[in-house]
Design a protein around this ligand. Structure first.
Ligand code: FES
Ligand SMILES: [Fe+2]
Length: 359
């Protein structure tokens, strides 16, 4: 029998929930094939425990909270927020091995992050930078969708936005995206794909944004700067500016993006972090942040709904792709120029996995 290929590293922070999802109640979620139950304690901290009772493995998420402790819904064993059993029915002495695994968790950038690997390596400084999600200079909101595909297919999708032309033709897609040259670069843990488009007609979505934000109608310079951070976070700097106002840095795709003057533009960040649930399903957390009309809550809501609609088009493609891949497990894939960004991303993921196998 062929041994199953490992598709994700365990020593990494993964988003397990949006902050608002975690309440003083039990929430079951699978991350990296591990069943986990999370809840907020009464002082607002987040606890994450293995979702299986030490006694007979009933999922603890089927039990209930009593204060900060979880009571198993079968025979009533009680566990504290660190996973230690504090009560057993009908006996005074507690078996010293009675505990369930507790996971390192950390709340940052509106997500609850969990570390499914070796807890000794859980360094909070490794949590990806998604500060636009709560920075007052930006207005942001997003959603979680659970997609029936390998999380790496979502990363492939985000690292090559050529697909906008074909999948999102009615909103952000346009021929210019598929035609404009791009540059792919990489660091040790990051891969970046940069694409500037000069003097083009804005696609419907961006035409609407720059009209609302700056009352401008006309040709634009458009950019997409996609940054992957291993193993599963993709931040995309997107936007349009009045053409010729200095948004495109000297050198274009090869230039320094920090030299981009965007005062006559509207800027968004598409924040994506994709957590493997199982080998064939993932939790896809996304948000859209903008730096114009920040006080307009109506716009934040409308944008979230609009982007959700765009992402449903991706979901449709990704799930169909996964079905087709499962039907052709030995199919050999060839990479095109447009796949450069995702090739780097996959190489970094593979390196992280390989490193864990040799420890
Ligand atoms: S299975 Fe949990 S107490 Fe028995
Ligand atoms: Fe897409």
């Amino acid at each position: 029998m062929k041994s199953k290929k490992i598709t994700f590293p365990l020593n990494a922070w993964y988003a397990i929930a949006y902050d608002v999802e975690v309440k003083h109640e039990l929430l079951a979620r699978t991350v990296c094939n591990q069943k986990i139950v999370i809840y907020r304690t009464e002082n607002g901290n987040v606890a994450a425990l293995e979702d299986a009772c030490w006694h007979r493995l009933l999922p603890l998420s089927m039990g209930r909270l009593e204060g900060d402790e979880v009571v198993c819904g079968y025979h009533g064993l009680v566990y504290n927020a660190s996973g230690r059993c504090t009560h057993m029915p009908s006996q005074e002495t507690l078996n010293p091995s009675a505990c369930v695994r507790s996971y390192p968790v950390f709340e940052k950038h509106r997500f609850v992050w969990i570390w499914p690997g070796d807890p000794a390596l859980a360094d909070e400084s490794l949590i990806p930078d998604l500060h636009w999600n709560h920075d007052p200079a930006w207005a942001a909101d997003g959603r979680l969708i659970t997609v029936k595909c390998d999380y790496r297919l979502v990363i492939d999708n985000l690292m090559d936005l050529t697909h906008e032309t074909f999948v999102h033709g009615s909103s952000i897609g346009q021929q210019a995206v598929a035609e404009a040259p791009f540059v792919a670069t990489h660091g040790e843990r990051t891969a970046t794909v940069t694409r500037w488009m000069e003097g083009i007609d804005a696609p419907p979505f961006w035409a609407g944004q720059i009209k609302q934000g700056l009352s401008y109608e006309g040709k634009v310079d458009r950019w997409q700067i996609i940054k992957f951070e291993a193993p599963c976070t993709v931040v995309i700097d997107v936007g349009v500016a009045e053409t010729g106002t200095g948004a495109i840095p000297p050198g274009g795709n090869q230039g320094d993006a920090s030299m981009s003057n965007r005062t006559r533009g509207v800027n968004g960040y598409v924040l994506n972090t994709i957590t493997p649930a199982t080998d064939g399903t993932c939790h896809y957390f996304w948000a859209f942040a903008r730096n114009y009309c920040q006080a307009e809550q109506r716009m934040t809501h409308q944008l979230r709904e609009g982007v959700a609609h765009i992402f449903r088009e991706d979901e449709h493609v990704l799930e169909a792709q996964q079905v087709a891949m499962d039907e052709h497990p030995d199919h050999q894939f060839y990479n095109l120029n447009i796949d450069a960004g995702s090739m780097w991303a996959r190489r970094m993921i593979d390196n992280m996995i390989a490193k864990e196998q040799t420890i």
